[in-house]
Design a protein around this ligand. Sequence first.
Ligand code: C2O
Ligand code: CU
Ligand code: CU
Length: 466
Amino acid sequence: AIILLAIVIIGGAVFYSWHVKKSAEQKDAQHPALPIPAVLKDTNPDPDVADFTLTAQHGKKEFIAGKTSTTYGYNGNYLGPVIRVRKGEKVNMTVKNDLKEVTTVHWHGLLVPGSADGGPHNTILPGKTWKVSFTVSQQAATLWYHPHPMGKTGEQVYKGLAGLIYVDDQNSEKLDIPKDYGKNDFPLVLQDRRFTKNGQLSYKLDMNDQVFGFQGTTELVNGVIQPQLTVKRGLVRLRILNGSNGRTYNLHLSGNQTFTQIASDGGFLASPVKMKKLTLSAGERAEILVDFSKLRDGGMLQLKNGKETLMYFKVKGKYTKSYSVPRKLATIKKIPDSKAVKTRKFVMSGMGPNVSINGKQMDMNHIDETVKLHSIEIWEIKNASTSMGTKKMVHPFHVHGVQFQILSINGKTPPANEQGWKDTVLVNPGDTVKVIMRFPFKGIYMYHCHILEHEDLGMMGQFEVK
Ligand code: C2O
Ligand code: CU
Ligand code: CU
């Protein structure tokens, strides 16, 4: 009887472990691979000139297996290619609008004259083409592009119109950090979405979305629900964009693993910052280095937002070249606040359809502020929204045509990872953020809350640099 019992126990254990292993494998097989966007082809053979063509078009995509949703995309079904440019390069951009509605393409974070900025004035009618040229004049950075038509930005981005811009320069090419695109240097576009029963993207805004910005129930990375990326043992660079309409991400790695932030919106930080948590509000970017060298083959790590899993990393093999995190990344010259010729105040207040900046709502025919070309100014940005219960009405403030430095948040020095170049800054309820910037080009630009529902409802203003 004892032998029989032993057989039953051992048999049970073997069966159980086989079963557990099998279901783990099945679960693993369920994660789709992380898609890596194509790099947009430069059709000009001159190394100092780039010719690019982008087409905003209709698409179809199976976000949920067996169910097809209609989408928008640039040169494809959903999202767009990475536009890779170099400091000093001249760029000729041709943008075609194959949609049935007006669109624009805005280069978020790129320093270009107002006429090339792609804001709500640079409309492209259906069937028409917008040709625009500019020269890249800024340091290496991870920027992005997205539509910006008056009142429709949220919906068009939501349907899939967004892509990344990589700026390279001498420093980024020289730095000894992972930079093989799609091998050890990966783009991660974070977005949240809601789907109908039929698997259609749904952008029906309720009161809650209007107040707090759209909050989806499903998380996408590069357009796919909870994908998996296979990496090798070693240091991996992740360029993360919060491409969601309204959500603020509180990112961390499973097991509370440490990572290192090396860049913010406008480029490399002066020196790397070790961290365990990273807050990224709508429109912001961060580049981080994650060390996978301690994981065994088959080892997994998750990128998480609070309790939710955004994506999985699985380790297989080892990179041939090993990297260590450099001590110094870039030289960031502080803009002295004594050089500022003016301090302007911006108060974001109101709720839902009543959101405003300085008591005004966006009016295409009204220039709210006039700024002198090449001058330095301090902008003091206040979020006057009062918290509602546990939900916070945050406003990520974005300024076109500049990269700024944060002087203070509620009078205090910003954290180390926010001391580099920025174009979007999270302003929490009740907070006041002071930023300083120089205005390098002439033209009409926008400043606005990057919660796209707030922007579309009027939390935007215009300034002219002249
Ligand atoms: Cu990301 Cu006004 O833009
Ligand atoms: Cu922008
Ligand atoms: Cu807002």
